[in-house]
Design a protein around this ligand. Structure first.
Ligand SMILES: [Zn+2]
Length: 206
């Protein structure tokens, strides 16, 4: 019976690989994983599983043609608080990934959205969230949730997509990026992180 229960809370293979990769990179950068995310129990999907914990994992990555914003997006039926846990949990969380990224062999936008699924966030973080308007990039990426998601995304490209890295950053910029990332790991200096993100954005890497 116990083994059966354990099986039911496993992620689908595809999603599981992205989650494992993202967790590794988050740990490398020292980012906090939400306390409502556990490998051996499912505190998410409570409502869709008939008001029960440890139900089936409903987290999914879906490929679609368009989203309203033209960027990858996430949807959850709801975010909810659980007594004695500091992070919120999510019911039926779906990442909507644009087909155009698949055509470009890009997986880094998936990793970015997986960070949002896994990182610590509270209701307050969400209500204070500043959307990207096209003009407020610095302010937008300085938010902890976005800073984390962007840096993990960049680290993923650095480790896994050398083609893309070479296409968008000069050798000099690549060395600078590596230096900033290793400095960031030690200092957790937000401004260093933002500097790396802005350089990658300007180069069209992300
Ligand atoms: Zn984001």
């Amino acid at each position: 019976m116990y083994a059966q229960n354990l099986q039911s809370i496993e992620f689908a293979e595809h999603e599981n690989n992205y989650i494992a990769t993202t967790l590794k990179l988050m740990t490398e950068l020292g980012f906090v994983v939400r306390d409502t995310f556990k490998n051996n129990m499912n505190l998410d999907d409570f409502y869709s599983n008939g008001n029960k914990y440890n139900g089936a994992r409903l987290f999914r990555i879906k490929w679609i043609d368009t989203t309203d914003s033209g960027y990858a997006e996430v949807q959850a039926k709801r975010a909810y608080k659980i007594k004695n846990y500091s992070s919120q949990a999510y019911d039926d969380y779906t990442i909507l990934m644009l087909q155009k990224y698949k055509a470009q062999y890009r997986e880094d936008p998936i990793i970015h959205e997986c960070v949002h699924f896994l990182q610590h966030a509270t209701h307050k973080d969400e209500s204070n969230y500043i959307d990207f308007t096209g003009k407020n990039y610095r302010e937008y990426v300085m938010q902890r949730t976005e800073l984390e998601a962007h840096l993990v995304q960049i680290l993923y490209i650095v480790k896994n997509n050398h083609e893309r890295l070479k296409k968008h950053l000069s050798r000099e910029q690549q060395l600078k990026l590596e230096k900033i990332i290793s400095e960031y790991k030690k200092s957790r200096n937000i401004l260093a992180g933002v500097e790396a993100i802005i350089m990658c954005k300007q180069g069209g890497l992300i």
